[in-house]
Design a protein around this ligand. Structure first.
Ligand code: ZN
Length: 93
C-alpha cells in the first residue's frame, strides 16, 4: 500500500516537491516539478491527488494512482511558451 512518505520520496527523487494544499476535510496534494521538467504521465508540471477525510478507499486509490503516474518518470519541457518554465512578466502583457 502506498504511503504519503513513499510518494514524497518519489517526487523528491525527481527534484520536485510535494505540497499539501488541504482545506479541512478536503485533502489535496500537488507534486510540483522545477521549471524545465514535466511528468510523462500528463505532460504537465504538476500531478494532483485529492480525497475527502473519512474515505479511506478513495484515499488509497488516490495514493496508488499518483505513485503509478510518478513512476512513469519525468521528461523535459520543450514548450518555449510554457508559462511554468517561462513565467510571463505582468508588465509585458
Ligand atoms: Zn514547461
Amino acid at each position: 500500500m502506498a504511503t504519503l512518505q513513499q510518494i514524497r520520496k518519489a517526487v523528491e527523487k525527481h527534484g520536485g516537491t510535494l505540497t499539501d494544499s488541504s482545506a479541512g476535510r478536503y485533502k489535496v496534494f500537488h507534486a510540483d516539478l522545477p521549471p524545465g521538467k514535466c511528468w510523462y504521465a500528463n505532460g504537465l508540471h504538476v500531478l494532483t491527488m485529492e480525497w475527502r477525510a473519512g474515505e479511506p478507499e478513495y484515499r488509497k486509490e488516490s495514493l496508488e494512482d499518483i505513485l503509478e503516474r510518478i513512476g512513469y518518470g519525468v521528461g523535459t519541457c520543450g514548450d518555449d511558451e510554457c508559462e511554468w518554465c517561462h513565467p510571463v512578466e505582468e508588465a509585458a502583457q
